[in-house]
Design a protein around this ligand. Structure first.
Ligand SMILES: Nc1ncnc2c1ncn2[C@@H]1O[C@H](COP(=O)(O)OP(=O)(O)OP(=O)(O)O)[C@@H](O)[C@H]1O
Ligand SMILES: [Mg+2]
Length: 334
């Protein structure tokens, strides 16, 4: 008789339409029973329109029938809430004391770095009024979903992405919402988006220390916070404020990242500190958090952000950023 493990392995090949991630990865497989005669599978219908349910059902039956000695396959659906299906190991919030320091870029690069290491990664663009993640990843597809859940959009390297920008009728529409509505939207992203099984969910927060970061930290089990700053942040206080806010909410500060730290000029093989002396180490000391990385000003980065090609950035800083994040996570775990 075939085992439950064999059935689940065969279901790894069945992809959720539009997301293109397996029904196992999306955590839609709720139960498997096998007898001599029959394999019976229960799937969650979360976020799936009837057409998608039929399609998955057909594909699941085909996949299971390829296993030896299977005569009959039954697929049933049950209603489960998206939030009950989400199994996210680490939620990492990316913050900054002020706007325009490269928070979205750092969020994207962290996700790219972790994905390259083989992790299952998602990005929640919680910057409701200034969403920029879809643009950096070149996403144009709208998320699909049903009354029971919204499905994220998968980037070309396989990062799950959800942003208000993907849901608006026109991506240039300005979102002028009052605080409570923003808070509700962020909460909904946690409750109604089907992320499935993820190793890491990176949350790109709006700048500053106002309501939205608070709501997020209250309503999501955030495991750690990364704070981004630039050498232009003359006042250490702005960065410290962000760090203090995280600590006050009992969130671990995994580290700080200095963006636009220097410009590398290959012709003279020198790093030039355009925006003044790098304050990476100093800021790390002042906030008592490790310095996770210092990103150069790189015209290639700006170009890729604009063109939606952030995943093809091959600067060595990407891997370094991922390594130091993982190191900080494991240090904190102890
Ligand atoms: N290190 C860098 N090298 C080159 N360009 C950069 C760098 N960092 C940021 N940029 C450019 O600055 C733009 C803004 O960065 P980003 O969107 O990440 O900032 P942000 O902190 O998220 O801003 P906001 O506060 O508006 O959300 C990027 O689209 C990119 O073009
Ligand atoms: Mg941003």
């Amino acid at each position: 008789m075939i085992t439950e493990e064999q059935v689940i392995e065969s279901l790894e090949t069945v992809l959720v339409p539009a997301v293109n991630r397996s029904i196992v990865g999306m955590n839609l497989v709720r139960g498997v029973t096998t007898t001599d005669k029959e394999v019976s599978v229960t799937l969650a219908s979360t976020g799936l329109i009837p057409g998608a349910q039929d399609w998955i059902s057909t594909k699941a039956k085909e996949a299971i029938k390829k296993l030896p000695e299977v005569n009959d396959v039954k697929v049933e659906y049950s209603d489960v809430k998206a939030m009950d299906l989400n199994e996210i190991d680490h939620i990492i919030a990316v913050m900054s004391g002020k706007g325009g320091v490269g928070k979205s870029l750092v969020s994207s690069l962290l996700a790219v770095a972790l994905r390259r290491k083989g992790y299952e990664v998602g990005i929640l663009d919680a910057d409701i009024t200034g969403p920029s993640i879809p643009k950096m990843f070149g996403l144009i597809d709208r998320p699909s979903g049903s009354e029971t859940g919204i499905l994220p959009v998968l980037s070309s390297s396989g990062v799950e992405i959800m942003s208000i920008n993907l849901l608006l009728p026109n991506e240039d529409d300005a979102v002028i919402w009052r605080g409570p509505l923003i808070g509700n939207t962020i909460k909904q992203f946690g409750e109604e988006v089907l992320w499935g099984k993820l190793d890491y969910l990176i949350v790109d927060l709006p700048p500053g220390t106002a309501d939205a970061p608070l709501t997020l930290m209250q309503s999501f089990p955030v495991s750690g916070v990364v704070v981004v700053f630039t050498p232009q942040d003359l006042v250490e206080m702005i960065v410290r404020k962000a760090v203090n806010m995280a600590r006050k909410m009992d969130k671990r500060v995994l580290g700080v990242v200095e963006n636009m730290s220097y410009l590398y000029v290959p012709e003279i093989d020198k790093k030039i500190e355009i925006f003044g002396r790098s304050r990476g180490e100093e800021m790390a000391r002042a906030t008592d958090a490790p310095l996770l990385g210092q990103l150069p000003i790189d015209p290639e980065l700006a170009k890729l952000c604009d063109e939606g090609g952030i995943e093809s950035y091959d600067g060595e800083i990407v891997a370094k950023l991922g390594d130091s994040l993982i190191k900080a996570m494991s240090a904190e775990d102890n």
